[in-house]
Design a binder for this molecule. Structure first.
Ligand SMILES: Cc1cc2nc3c(=O)[nH]c(=O)nc-3n(C[C@H](O)[C@H](O)[C@H](O)COP(=O)(O)OP(=O)(O)OC[C@H]3O[C@@H](n4cnc5c(N)ncnc54)[C@H](O)[C@@H]3O)c2cc1C
Ligand SMILES: NC(=O)c1ccc[n+]([C@@H]2O[C@H](COP(=O)([O-])OP(=O)(O)OC[C@H]3O[C@@H](n4cnc5c(N)ncnc54)[C@H](O)[C@@H]3O)[C@@H](O)[C@H]2O)c1
Length: 527
């Protein structure tokens, strides 16, 4: 084992989408930045989450449009091999060479290996002798929390010791939760990794969990020919407005998915479960209502937890100061609270704030700019240009400052790529009222606008905005329908801009587009 100490201005642990953004922004005022990554540069999103899952969903989404368009013939059954080949293309066959080139061309130093904190501004990186690029698509499993993959698979290890002059930014993401259900861990369950990287579509799939991964993967696998059962202990998409989950559930049922809400999994049996899930026989799930479901595979989609367990936080006295689910607790400038000297920052899933790529990358931009402004020297072409000074260490910037993650609270967005798609910004009506915001919900059936009738005879959808009745601005919006994700950003701009309703009246939606719903919202509210 060899040890060498290397000095950088900033060290970022975790080279997912969020760590990449934080590292890039932090380097813009002349700081030297090391990016530590234990698996593939690009993280979960590029290889086992956003990108492959959206590719698997795309075929069914297009097929639904074709089926609903008069004059087009029946699209037939999908060519599954072609869909999986496209998925492989999108994930670059689980090779991160393209993202490594970007890291290097951005002037960042990539350090391959698993990083952990061994002291103030000190990161020890355990480096496998073989590069992990080209990691097998299905090496991980729900039972393996994702930690220590490289170490487990390569014999000889070496250690590098990195010291940060100024700051360490943690962007280690999250790991899937495996509920403590009798028989489940031994049943070779799929996590989202196996679901997004599978090399064939099983005849049948039982999905446990009615959250975003559960509904998206139930959609994708049903569209690609599997007989899918979706088990949710509550309602579907409980983080969204209730009408969204109901519409997604109705659509899944219409397409043959057996959707069961309000049920818990009591036990799981898979007598033939071997080391390889490929060789295992069918899996049987027993439910709290006495029901039983048998399927070729089981996907567990019961949430994710911030990945802090393998960071050795005890070395800096933080192990007792973690937030919900083990999250690193950060202030509004993304500085970890309770760390003397304020040298530790965090962003992305590991903060437990919002587990989406876009919100994490937003945090990455903010923390990168904070670090660049606090410790950097150059005001080069790539430096932030607003001229606004960063808050001092331990202090937070004002609301909507470029150094403050205001949107994490006021304008968080999410798109669920089911059909119908679901998108929302800000709180739900229930969340807004619980937070004491005086809101009135204005809801509209999207099929009533002219743009919807042009889009197709079976167009269906619903949209709702939340008006803060005191300030007369929008604080939230939800869209359910075809391409609802593309309708969201207008609402996000209205919420972030706190645009008065009387000014929104002058934002004229073109005819005949589905965006005419904006006019209907305002008319319904009394303008
Ligand atoms: C199936 C699925 C679909 C999704 N779809 C979407 C979507 O459509 N849109 C969306 O916005 N979000 C989506 N998400 C969420 C999105 O994937 C995450 O929010 C996003 O990946 C978080 O980025 P991150 O950089 O914080 O973490 P990650 O992407 O998890 O990256 C963290 C990186 O850190 C590395 N790492 C961890 N610990 C260490 C260590 N100690 N040392 C060195 N490296 C380490 C990991 O190897 C990893 O590469 C989806 C999630 C899932 C599971
Ligand atoms: N399109 C997107 O933006 C997208 C897509 C997929 C995932 N993601 C993100 O990834 C994260 C993880 O997604 P997820 O769907 O795994 O988590 P989630 O938190 O969205 O949903 C988890 C679901 O599992 C249920 N659950 C929890 N424990 C259970 C148990 N023991 N038995 C049965 N059900 C149980 C919960 O009630 C919840 O409905 C989310 O934060 C999500 O935002 C985003």
């Amino acid at each position: 084992m060899s040890v060498s100490e290397e000095l950088f201005d900033v060290i970022v642990i975790g080279g997912g989408p969020v760590g990449e953004n934080a590292a890039d922004r932090a380097s813009r005022t002349g700081l030297s930045v090391a990016l530590v990554e234990s698996e593939l540069v690009g993280g979960e999103c590029s290889y086992w989450a956003c990108m492959p899952s959206k590719t698997l969903l795309r075929t069914g989404a297009v097929r639904a449009i074709v089926q609903d368009t008069p004059g087009l013939s029946d699209p037939g059954t999908p060519d599954v091999a072609a869909v999986l080949a496209r998925r492989d293309e999108i994930t670059k066959d689980w090779d991160d060479a393209g993202q490594v080139s970007w890291v290097e061309s951005s002037g960042l130093t990539l350090v391959r290996g698993h990083g952990r904190l061994t002291g103030e501004r000190l990161v020890e990186v355990t480096v496998p002798h073989e590069s992990p690029a080209g990691v097998d698509a299905d090496t991980d499993s729900a039972a393996d929390s994702g930690a220590g993959l490289a170490e487990a698979e390569t014999g000889e290890l070496q250690t590098r010791l990195l010291r940060a002059r100024h700051a360490v930014i943690v962007a280690t993401g999250s790991v899937p939760v495996l509920p403590d259900v009798p028989g489940l861990a031994g049943a070779s369950p799929w996590s989202s990794r196996e679901a997004t990287s599978a090399d064939e579509i099983p005849e049948s799939l039982v999905v446990v969990g009615g959250g975003v991964v559960g509904v998206e993967m139930a959609n994708a696998y049903a569209d690609l020919g599997a007989q899918v059962t979706l088990l949710a202990r509550g309602s579907l998409l409980s983080g969204a407005e209730p009408f969204a989950g109901e519409m997604v559930g109705d659509s899944l049922r219409k397409r043959g998915v057996d959707v069961r809400t309000g049920v818990n999994v009591s036990s799981v049996e898979r007598p033939d479960a071997g080391a390889e899930s490929d060789s295992a026989g069918p899996v049987t799930v027993t439910l709290s209502d006495g029901g039983r479901v048998t399927a070729a595979e089981i996907l567990v989609a019961t949430g994710r937890l911030p990945r802090t367990a393998d960071l050795s936080l005890e070395n800096i006295g933080l192990e007792g100061a973690l937030g919900r689910g083990g999250a690193l607790v950060v202030d509004e400038s993304l500085q970890v609270t309770g760390v003397p000297g304020g040298w530790l920052y965090a962003c992305g899933d590991v903060t437990g704030r919002a587990a989406t790529t876009h919100q994490g990358k937003y945090q990455g931009r903010i923390v990168g700019d904070v670090v660049a402004a606090r410790y950097g020297t150059e005001a080069g072409d790539r430096a932030p240009t607003t001229g606004e000074a960063a808050p001092a260490v331990g202090q937070e910037g004002k609301r909507w400052s470029r150094y403050t993650a205001t949107a994490d609270h006021a304008a968080r967005v999410q798109v669920v790529f089911t059909h119908p798609q679901v998108s929302w910004v800000g709180p739900t009506e229930h969340q807004a009222r619980s937070a004491g915001i005086p809101v009135e919900a204005v809801s509209y059936d999207l099929s009533w606008v002219s743009g919807a009738s042009v889009a197709g005879p079976n167009y269906s959808g619903r949209a709702q905005v939340l008006v803060d009745t005191q300030r007369r601005v929008l604080v939230g919006a939800t869209f359910v329908g075809p391409d609802a994700g593309e309708m969201l950003h207008a609402a996000t701009i209205a919420v972030v801009g706190e645009v008065p309703l009387d000014r929104l009246w002058h934002a004229v939606p073109a005819y005949p587009t589905v965006s005419e719903v904006w006019l209907r919202f305002l008319e319904s509210y009394g303008l």
